[in-house]
Design a protein around this ligand. Structure first.
Ligand code: ASP
Length: 583
């Protein structure tokens, strides 16, 4: 038998028992007469004692155990004279009687401790060692709990978990597909799904009116910090459901997940339409843990001979509460911050509202103190506040000020990771115009239905139509998104037409879906949650990678198994793929 207990299990109540443990050597300490080993497994750490006087040979052996050796010991549990209240097993130790090395280990390339000395790339290369660390393990445990809680809630609500295929067909809409050559159909390719979107809609046509799946999705996009080429969604769809039904069910799911996984009670879910989110926060995923909403400064800024503002399409500001005393240095730092290429503002104007009749600004030259104070008051600033103003074309200014707002929120400690502020953003535009391609793209995806009252706009001004689409945003992070779908063949065809497909192209690409709509398609809608992101939000960590057992690095590589990798000429030939390689 390899073990009678785990390394996290023994307590005072086990005193006197003969037990067997197996695990990894976390560290050993040789104190001359005694040798101590901290033995670790998934469940914890237990202290082992080897006594020179009792068994010198055994003690000698134990001294040779290096870090990460896998060993098995039997012995007696006894009370420690030197208790460690920080460890659950800290009241006891095991007086070892037999000792066996199950497998020796090389010295690991980094320390297997919470605060490791290993760099990112090294830890990715030896991910199986990194995964031994307690704080990494905790992240995978959280992920597991989230999956279980999701299944239990949705099962309880009558949803069926149904798998959809991973080998499907490449489609032109959305992100770039990963493709898989078909050996049996030379010259043809499958694509890996970016999401099970069309399949879940077909399941609705098939009558499975509540579907979900915790499912891997694949997108061949340039990687950004928080992206992985393969990621996981909680994918859901409901028939005979309107937006209201969906928001209710999935507010319920979200609240359940927060409670079940981290014991947090979410406040009421707020709602905001897209237009308001953009106007007040410059973002379709505003962090509403704090205010600092945008204020239109144009009425106060224009007409004073300051060209920059006079000519700007938009002059927008935020009020940073209690920051009027910011130093020159702090203000310069803020200015430099907004001027960085990632933000791209040309400059930053500030007004310090020091007190009644006391203002100081970077544009004192153009504005009288009275005008500046009227400006401050006009946008709701109070004495002691700092007004920060950006100007330029509306959309870029909104984006820049949105970033500045988040930055100030962080500086002022208003973005507490333990506070959660869920928000449904609704009424997204149906389409967005792409300057480069000179055509509309679906903002969500082509299966999203317009709001019924906006359908008439599709004829002449489709760009103005709003979608029956919604996103769930928590703390400025988009956690999920979905829509009520089109279930009518004509409307779907019209949509493809607006997106620049010919009727033939639409039929070739999406005929299977549009045909299905002719066989009794119920009204339906759904949503998908970013499972990895939800993990990182619940776990209070920035990175989704930490929550994936075997993630890819920033170049989309798995540096542990070294993938992607070339395949040999024989394989290429079999797949009917051309190769320049000899052979
Ligand atoms: N399939 C969509 C996505 O991956 C989500 C949805 O509309 O349900 O974003």
């Amino acid at each position: 038998m390899h073990r009678t207990h785990t390394c996290g299990e023994l307590r005072l109540e086990h005193q006197g028992q003969d037990i067997t443990l197996s695990g990894w050597v976390q560290r050993s300490r040789d104190l001359g007469g005694m040798t101590f080993i901290d033995l670790r497994d998934r469940y914890g750490i237990t202290q082992l004692v080897f006594n020179m006087e009792e068994d010198a040979a055994l003690c000698e052996q134990a001294r040779k155990a290096g870090r990460e050796y896998v060993i098995k010991v039997s012995g007696t549990v006894r009370e420690r004279s030197n208790k460690n209240p920080k460890m659950p097993t800290g009241d006891v130790e095991v007086q070892v009687k037999t000792y066996e090395v199950l497998n020796a280990a090389q010295t690991p390339p980094f320390t297997i401790e919470d605060d490791t000395d290993g760099g990112d790339e090294l830890r990715m290369q030896y991910r199986y060692l990194d995964l031994r660390r307690r704080n990494v393990q905790e992240k995978l445990i959280l992920r597991h709990k989230l999956a279980i809680a999701t299944r239990s809630f949705l099962d309880g609500a009558g949803f069926l978990e149904i798998e959809t295929p991973y080998l499907i067909k490449s489609t032109p809409e959305g992100a770039r597909d990963f493709v898989v050559p078909s050996r049996m159909n030379p010259g043809e390719f499958y694509a890996l799904p970016q999401s099970p979107q069309t399949f879940k809609q077909l399941l609705m046509v098939a009558g499975y009116d509540k579907y979900f799946q915790i499912v891997r999705c694949f997108r061949d996009e340039d990687l950004r910090a928080d992206r992985q080429p393969e990621f996981t969604q909680i994918d859901c769809e409901m028939a005979f459901a309107e937006q209201e039904d969906i928001l209710t069910v999935f507010s319920g799911l979200t609240a359940h997940l927060f409670k079940a996984v981290i014991g947090a009670d979410l406040p009421d879910f707020q709602r905001m339409d897209y237009a308001t989110a953009m106007e007040k926060y410059g973002s379709d995923k505003p962090d509403i843990r704090f205010g600092m909403e945008f204020k239109d400064c144009a009425p106060f800024a224009k007409g004073h001979g300051f060209n920059v503002f006079d000519q700007a399409e938009a002059v927008l500001g935020i009020v940073a509460p209690g920051c009027a005393e910011y130093s020159r240095k702090q203000l310069d730092a803020l200015t430099n911050w907004v001027k960085r290429p990632q933000i791209g503002a040309k400059g930053l104007v500030y007004i310090k509202y020091l007190g009644e009749h006391s203002v100081k600004s970077s544009v004192d030259k153009f504005y009288s103190p009275e005008a500046l104070e009227a400006w401050c008051k006009g946008i709701g600033a109070k004495p002691g506040d700092l007004v920060l103003v950006l100007s330029g074309d509306l959309n870029p200014v909104r984006k820049q000020l949105g970033e500045l707002r988040l930055h100030m929120g962080r500086e002022l400690g208003l973005r507490d990771p333990k506070v959660f502020a869920p928000l449904w953003v609704v009424d997204f535009p149906l389409l967005e115009w792409d300057e480069e391609e000179g055509r509309h793209f679906a903002m969500h995806h082509p299966f999203t239905s317009p709001k019924p009252e906006d359908v008439h706009l599709l004829e002449n001004e489709p760009g103005k139509a709003r979608a029956n689409a919604y996103d769930l945003v928590i703390n400025g992070v988009e956690i999920g998104g979905g829509s009520i779908r089109i279930h009518d063949r004509e409307l779907q065809a019209r949509m493809f037409d607006i997106l620049g497909f010919t009727a033939e192209e639409a039929q070739a690409q999406f005929g299977f879906l549009m045909n299905a709509f002719e066989y009794g398609a119920p009204p339906h809608g759904g949503i998908a949650f970013g499972f990895d992101r939800l993990c990182s939000l619940l776990g209070g960590s920035e990175s989704i990678r930490d929550y994936i057992a075997f993630p890819k690095n920033n170049s989309g590589r798995d540096v542990m198994i070294d993938a992607p990798a070339p395949i040999d000429a024989e394989q290429l030939k079999e797949l009917a793929l051309k190769t320049d390689l000899p052979g």
